[in-house]
Design a protein around this ligand. Structure first.
Ligand code: BDR
Ligand code: CA
Length: 301
């Protein structure tokens, strides 16, 4: 059993990360923390609380930091950052502690894995404040090749490249689940069929959310089967056997004229640098969806 804090910016695919982290038997979800990304901080925190109310997730939700003016992602997630479904009002309020302080306190209590599915702003703030702490960090972000928000930059890294750089140069155990692997986690029509067969209100709401996500992914990227990125990072902790990993050196482009926010992954060792991250490159897609949909079933509702 791994103790986990999920740092997220819900966001349609973040919802699936929340559900998997809350319901997978190998994960003890200690808290959900939020960071500005897909929407501004207040909005994604409210979204996290609404999903907790919907799915009966009973852990503290703590708000973290706003990012530094790089903007949000309404073209993908809508104006609320979670458009497309009727969601309940939050049943709870955010924790008194902020995200960074709460994660720091949990790390002082014992080992912890931080799964980050938004920009790495909170995680970098924690590492800057307490370089003595030794969390494992698994993040959704980056890519070995092309980007999505910029030609070579993926959204979460592009939104705060300096934070990603802090994480990747920390010397901590870091796993990167980038677009290479998350673009294998597509929501194909059979996923919608299985949600329909579940016939629960939760499954119905998830199908509504996925339908919205599929429509924007189709419009923006011409991908009608959208990649459900964020739960892949949770799967890397809960079911590591589902992923193929390679160790490699990764640098974040901080100054490129056209490439700021790109993750430069040396898959062939041409730089001679030591590996600083484990990179997920392959996914057992069929088992991934089995695991994710089982978690949804386990939540009932
Ligand atoms: C990442 O960007 C966000 O829009 C998604 O929630 C995911 O974390 C994919 O690039
Ligand atoms: Ca996200």
């Amino acid at each position: 059993m791994t103790d986990v804090v999920l740092d997220c910016d819900p966001g349609h695919d973040d919802v699936f990360a929340m559900l998997l982290a809350a319901a997978h038997p190998a994960v003890r979800l200690r808290a959900i923390t939020t960071v500005a990304g897909n929407g501004p901080l207040g909005q994604v925190t409210r979204n996290a609380l609404r999903i907790c109310a919907l799915a009966g997730i009973d852990v503290p939700v703590a708000a973290g930091l706003s990012q530094r003016g790089t903007g949000n992602a309404p073209s993908i997630h809508g104006e609320s950052a979670l458009d497309g479904a009727d969601l309940p009002e939050p049943a709870d309020v955010p924790a008194d502690e902020d995200a960074v302080s709460l994660t720091e306190r949990l790390l002082d209590e014992g080992p912890l894995t931080i799964i980050a599915t938004g920009p790495l702003t909170n995680v970098a703030a924690l590492l800057r404040r307490r370089p003595d702490l030794r969390p494992s960090i698994v993040f959704m972000g980056g890519s070995c090749g092309r980007g999505n928000w910029r030609p070579l930059a993926e959204f979460n890294v592009w939104a705060d490249p300096e934070a990603a750089d802090v994480v990747l140069t920390s010397g901590l155990p870091v796993t990167m689940c980038g677009l290479d692997v998350t673009h294998q986690a597509t929501a194909t029509p059979d996923v919608f069929d299985r949600l329909r067969e579940m016939a629960t209100p939760l499954a119905g709401t998830l199908a509504d959310l996925l339908r919205f996500f599929a429509s924007t992914y189709d419009e923006v990227f011409g991908m009608p089967d959208p990649p459900v990125h964020d739960p892949v990072a949770v799967a890397a902790v809960a079911e590591p056997g589902l992923l193929t990993m390679v160790d490699a050196p990764v640098a974040v482009e901080l100054t490129g004229t056209h490439t700021r926010g790109a993750t430069v992954v040396d898959l062939h060792g041409v730089t001679g640098k030591p590996a600083n991250a484990r990179i997920a490159v392959g996914l057992d897609r069929v088992r991934f969806w089995d695991v994710l949909l089982s978690a949804v079933e386990r939540l009932g509702r």
